[in-house]
Design a protein around this ligand. Structure first.
Ligand SMILES: [Fe+2]
Length: 396
């Protein structure tokens, strides 16, 4: 049977034109047993559309690992390594993350108590909540009315030593149904977004770049982001902004000399824009929480200096300045009209281009709402590539 593709249902809150190239449902093939020809087609579709949905998929953890690995055959270990993000120091990542014993690259994530699951006798899962990560929280009264927030906009990546995974696969084994919730941005804009319970929200990194004004496009094409050592340990004492798009600058990050041992050569310095290996498009891919410095190249020869930001280049080390600039560049693209909130059904398999989209956990479950997902991503065999000299010439 030939592969068929159909657009994903765009919610009424979204600008259909801006999301027309984001996401496709793939039908007519079994994602667990793709032939090499079918895989090639799925591979290209993923890079073209950023996220692929297979409904009603039957997929073992072994098949999920094999499918994820097919996008980067020489990758092997989970995207965050062995889950030990550094000594005894506490990382904010996946405190309750459980590994499937037979296939340690596949993680069980979700909410509530799960028993006798793929070799795990008992797993107590906790859906991450903004109430433990953001500086401020939705009041319990408003939460009871269905208000919630984005948890943390991110790329799945260790951002230290390891390279960001190319693809993440998410498979919904148990999906509780419930009332829609309303995301409040709480940043003074009044923005709100109605979302299905426990949605995963996505934004397209291409939109994040394409909607920038020319001076910020010029800056983006010339900038590299330096991430903190062991970023998830570093940021653990700090609090996030109400949109989940970065950290408040209150000086709470762990000092570098109190972090687990780290080496300068293992720090990640990545372009702000990542080039799509299939379409050649540029995706704005920055994990705002882990960013610590910006390295800006001067304008290339012949570029106009009129209105240019940092025409002679710069090395920004002030955390507040770095974060404010990133927020200015990224916030427009998480506006409600750019967000695709996936409405999970049991046996949905979603593959997303982790180097082309940002995503976030959303919402809150009660303890008796049991949710079980299998998640897999693999530290990549290489780092993403940035803009070409031609791209710089075009946009700078
Ligand atoms: Fe994630």
């Amino acid at each position: 049977m030939a592969i068929e593709v159909a657009p994903l249902p765009v919610p009424p809150t979204a600008d259909a034109e801006k999301l027309k190239d984001f996401g496709r449902e793939v039908k007519g093939v079994n994602p667990g047993t793709l032939s090499p020809e079918e895989f090639k087609e799925v591979h290209d579709l993923l890079y073209k559309y950023g996220a692929l949905l297979f409904r009603d998929a039957d997929l073992t953890p072994e098949q999920q690992y094999a499918l994820t690995k097919a996008f980067d055959p020489s990758s092997e270990s989970y995207g965050h390594g062995n889950n030990k993000t550094g000594g005894e120091k506490k990382s904010i990542l996946h405190p309750d993350l459980k590994t499937i014993p037979r296939v340690p690259q596949v993680q069980l994530i979700g909410n509530g108590n799960v028993y006798n699951h793929e070799g795990l006798a008992e797993a107590m899962l906790k859906h991450p909540s903004h109430t433990t990560f953001h500086k401020t929280r939705v009041s319990p009264e408003d939460e009871a009315k269905g208000y919630t927030r984005f948890y943390r906009w991110h790329i799945d990546a260790a951002l230290y030593d390891l390279s960001p995974p190319k693809v993440t696969t998410l498979y919904g084994v148990k999906v509780p149904q419930g009332q829609h919730q309303t995301v409040r941005y709480d940043d003074g804009t009044g923005d709100e977004l109605e979302v299905p319970l426990g949605t995963t929200a996505f934004v397209d990194g291409r939109n994040m770049f394409n909607i920038l004004p020319p001076e910020l496009k010029s800056l983006a094409v010339r900038t590299k982001v330096k991430y903190a050592p062991h970023p998830y340990v570093w940021m653990a004492p700090a609090h996030a902004l109400p949109t989940g798009l970065g950290i408040m600058t209150e000086g709470l990050e762990l000092p570098y000399d109190e972090l687990p041992p780290w080496e300068e050569s293992k720090l990640k310095v990545l372009p702000m824009l990542w080039k799509n290996p299939v379409t050649g498009e540029l995706h704005f891919q920055v994990h705002p929480c882990g960013a610590s410095q910006l390295l800006i190249d001067p304008l290339p020869e012949g570029a106009t200096r009129d209105g240019a930001l940092f025409p002679d280049g710069a090395h920004l080390k002030d955390l507040k300045e770095v974060r404010e600039l990133l927020y200015k560049m990224q916030r427009p693209a998480i506006a409600p009209k750019f967000v695709y909130p996936h409405d999970w059904k049991e046996k949905d398999l979603v593959l997303f281009h982790n180097r082309g989209v940002l995503h976030t956990v959303v919402g809150a479950f009660t303890q008796d709402q049991v949710r079980a997902f299998h998640q897999c991503n693999l530290a990549a065999s290489d780092d993403p590539t940035g803009p070409t000299a031609e791209d710089v010439k075009k946009w700078a």
